[in-house]
Design a protein around this ligand. Structure first.
Ligand SMILES: NC(=O)c1ccc[n+]([C@@H]2O[C@H](COP(=O)([O-])OP(=O)(O)OC[C@H]3O[C@@H](n4cnc5c(N)ncnc54)[C@H](OP(=O)(O)O)[C@@H]3O)[C@@H](O)[C@H]2O)c1
Length: 328
């Protein structure tokens, strides 16, 4: 715990045991912050890795909190100068009750966090949104690169039953709206699909995505357009927008645009002895051009990211060392 007389900058991270939040906690500890991490079950083995992070014994305190339990958030946020709201339900593709399982925890949960931040006079809140709150925008002018002015169309997300997209778009919009009405300093970051090494012991969707490609689990895959970003670069972006006084509003964090074919070719080059899927090529060429977005606003704040090759190597080496490429 904090030494007597020592005053560390205190921040709260919601959903601390998750994939992204764990890397953020690690980064914050390495930069000398005292971190309040919220978890739903501090005793659950899926959160055990947090205690092993460098500096955790002295500078990480876990709080049991649930997004829909306002008082639990108040306790976790008390005394913090900043909050990183990372927690959100990441649902399986089909949810039997999306309103209850996905939308309410994302939207009401975010508003609960912001209300608690307002009460505690937190100086800045960083809300993790997603590129899915940008990309599902069929009315965006064709060929125009998507920037922070581009929002996913909520009605379209609902109609197409993309509940996660809907929840992230609505939560981000409500967060910025709350900020304006309540004069709370809120900045958001919209990362694309995140890949990279894991700090936790359980495999997640990002891991499975690469493992499945390396093992050719599906014999064929479509030549889809992908936006990828390294988990460590996202953590850097979150800290950057927290610390940088000039940061405001939304920040797209989506540096690597690749088609599946290019990704598989890169992987084959690096790791030729794997069984890769065959790429189906009937995808319309237009798609790549039509979903372009950029991360210029973050870059202008000084954000730099790894090359995709570096990310792929680090991720695969991590999975190999952890025995995860043999297990699935
Ligand atoms: N992974 C990606 O590719 C990606 C891309 C763009 C944006 N994002 C965003 O990044 C953030 C983190 O995602 P992730 O990939 O790190 O997901 P994750 O590993 O599933 O982490 C989500 C965290 O949220 C917590 N959580 C969920 N529902 C909660 C609730 N009702 N109350 C309290 N905590 C709750 C989970 O706690 P439990 O462990 O208790 O379930 C978990 O710690 C999310 O906001 C996500 O939308 C992720």
């Amino acid at each position: 715990m904090e030494a007597a007389g020592e005053k560390k900058r205190r921040v709260c991270v919601t959903g601390a045991g998750g994939y992204l939040a764990s890397w953020l906690v690690k980064l914050l500890l390495s930069r000398g912050y005292f971190v309040h991490g919220t978890v739903r079950d501090p005793g659950d083995s899926k959160n055990a890795h947090l205690k092993n992070l460098d500096g955790a014994a002295e500078n990480l305190q876990l709080f049991k909190a649930e997004l829909l339990d306002y008082n639990s958030l108040v306790s976790a946020i008390a005394g913090c100068e900043g909050v990183f709201h990372v927690a959100t339900p990441v649902p399986p593709k089909k949810s039997s009750n999306p309103e209850v399982e996905v939308v309410v925890p994302a939207v009401t949960g975010t508003l609960n966090v912001l209300k608690a931040c307002s009460e505690a006079k937190v100086k800045r809140v960083v809300v993790v949104s997603s590129a899915v709150a940008v990309l599902m925008s069929p009315n965006w002018p064709k060929g125009k690169i998507r920037d922070e002015n581009c929002w996913s169309d909520e009605e379209y997300c609902r109609k197409t039953e993309n509940w996660y997209y809907y929840s992230k778009t609505l939560a981000e919009r409500e967060a910025l709206d709350f900020a304006e009405k309540n004069r709370l300093d809120v900045v958001t970051v919209c990362p694309s699909f995140i890949i990279g090494p894991l700090l936790q012991s359980n495999i997640n969707a990002s891991s499975l995505f690469l493992i499945n490609l390396l093992k050719g689990v599906r014999p064929t895959v479509e030549n889809k357009v992908l936006y990828l970003v390294d988990i460590r670069d996202v953590a850097d972006a979150l800290l950057l927008v927290y610390e940088e006084p000039n940061a405001s509003g939304r920040h797209i964090c989506a540096p690597h645009l690749v088609k599946m074919q290019d990704l598989v070719d890169m992987l084959k080059n690096l790791y030729p002895h794997h069984k890769y899927p065959e790429i189906l090529t009937e995808e319309e060429e237009e798609e790549e051009e039509d979903c372009e977005m950029h991360s210029v606003k973050l870059n202008n704040l000084g954000w730099k990211c790894r090359t995709l090759q570096e990310t792929l190597i680090d991720t695969i080496e991590y999975h190999r060392a952890a025995g995860l490429l043999d297990r699935v």
